[in-house]
Design a protein around this ligand. Structure first.
Ligand SMILES: Cc1cc2nc3c(=O)[nH]c(=O)nc-3n(C[C@H](O)[C@H](O)[C@H](O)COP(=O)(O)OP(=O)(O)OC[C@H]3O[C@@H](n4cnc5c(N)ncnc54)[C@H](O)[C@@H]3O)c2cc1C
Length: 374
């Protein structure tokens, strides 16, 4: 019998397990593959507050403070570099939209999204194309190594006493008296409390708790180039087109930002869409023309759970007692791993969290007759 069973050992499961162990709870974490096998281990590593949905800003801001102290939490720097993140405007209309966005963020009480003119943009990104007119910068954002991060959270959780079962699938849950019985591929386990950190499979676990949500499994795609001489410090995105672009310490450039392949979550595979990858590569060359002849050496994608409103499900089940969700991070949940694990432990141990999470409630998609509204 455990205090808590966490389903899923991506970054969110490992962070929840770690924070629960820090609060003295006995925790079993169950993972059908290996920790970090899915989105948490293969993502772009972007650690950004820039451009967040308004509901996510308070969590993202708090999480960034945790990233700046990440080594004290997990005994590893996770490859975090506070390089800054820049969103580039390619024309005046995009620049006006960025100015409006910055004003909106300020009106919510946050000042991390700063408008920059063309001179400052070219100081930060000297090899950007001539047509770029300015941008928005979030200077303390950055990037980290996704697999090393998830591994570090896993290792620290286990060091603090979390039991990890890998290669074990949760098949069902039953409420027996005042505890949960979790049926898995190797037998049954018991706990007082359940946490659903099942990522792109989170809707399946939620359904077992009676919470029906419209999650779409998607396959964001990535490319990495051969090493090139250093030319860029910040992570770069574009105001008007999907792109996320960063140069690592080894000189390689990692390119992602929104184009999708096809996800088959039953088979746990993805298929790349090379036409869309070509589009990403062309976008890179439009904005950084010197990249024209640099070879792409590898492409990949991962499976991510995306919600219709592009924000995750976080908080208590509405239909099952002592059951909590943290899934559906809609392709930007890596940065939020530290804070969501902490607030989940607060919900379980203290019965409340100071973080504002009402926008993420699991029943927000329900129509009046209780059916999921997709
Ligand atoms: C290509 C790509 C690029 C991205 N780039 C960024 C980025 O730059 N910045 C950012 O902030 N975010 C990014 N993201 C999003 C980010 O990776 C995810 O939001 C985050 O990792 C989700 O973590 P998770 O723990 O919820 O899910 P996962 O890492 O998917 O973990 C869920 C785990 O649950 C397990 N599981 C599911 N069902 C069961 C079951 N029945 N029994 C046992 N185990 C189960 C799965 O095997 C899986 O390991 C990107 C995602 C992708 C795919």
């Amino acid at each position: 019998m455990y205090d808590v069973i966490v389903v899923g050992a991506g970054l969110h499961g490992c962070s929840a397990a770690l924070h629960l162990a820090m609060r003295g709870k006995s925790v079993l974490m169950i993972e059908k593959n290996a920790a970090g096998r899915h989105a948490s281990g293969v993502n772009a590593g972007g650690v950004r507050r820039l451009g967040r949905h308004p509901a996510e800003i308070p969590l993202s801001v708090e999480s960034l403070e945790m990233w700046h102290r990440i080594e004290s939490l997990v005994d590893n720097d996770c490859g975090f570099h506070a390089s800054g993140q820049v969103k580039i405007a390619e024309n005046d209309a995009e620049m006006a939209a960025l100015e409006k966005r910055s004003a909106t963020v300020r009106s919510l009480g946050f000042d991390h999204e700063e408008v920059i003119d063309r001179d400052e943009l070219f100081r930060l990104c000297p090899s950007a194309a001539e047509h770029c007119v300015g941008g928005l910068v979030s200077r303390r954002d950055g990037f980290a190594n996704p697999y090393r991060t998830t591994w570090s959270f896993r290792q620290k959780a286990v060091a603090l006493g979390v039991t990890l079962q890998e290669g074990v699938r949760v098949r069902g849950i039953d409420r027996v008296g005042d505890r949960w019985e979790v049926a898995t591929s190797i037998g049954r386990f018991e706990a007082e409390t359940l946490v659903n950190c099942a990522g792109a499979w989170g809707d399946q676990l939620a359904a077992m708790m009676g919470d029906i949500v419209p999650l779409s499994p998607e396959a964001p795609m990535m490319m990495v180039t051969a090493p090139v001489p250093h030319f860029l410090d910040p992570v770069v995105g574009l105001a008007g087109r999907p792109l996320s672009f960063k140069q690592g310490a080894n000189g390689t450039v990692v390119i992602g930002g929104g184009h999708l392949g096809v996800a088959d979550r039953d088979a746990e595979t993805t298929t790349l869409n090379f036409e869309k990858l070509k589009l990403s590569a062309r976008t890179v060359v439009d904005v950084f023309p010197h990249m024209r002849d640099v070879p792409i050496v590898r492409c990949w994608s991962g499976i991510e759970g995306v919600m219709p409103d592009q924000i995750p499900v976080i908080g208590p089940s509405r239909n099952a007692p002592n059951a909590f969700h943290a899934f559906g991070f809609s392709a930007h949940g890596f940065q939020m791993g530290p804070i969501v694990g902490r607030l989940t432990s607060e919900l379980i141990v203290d019965g409340e969290t100071p973080m504002p999470i009402d926008a993420f409630r699991v029943d927000r998609f329900n129509t009046v007759d209780g059916a999921a509204d997709s």
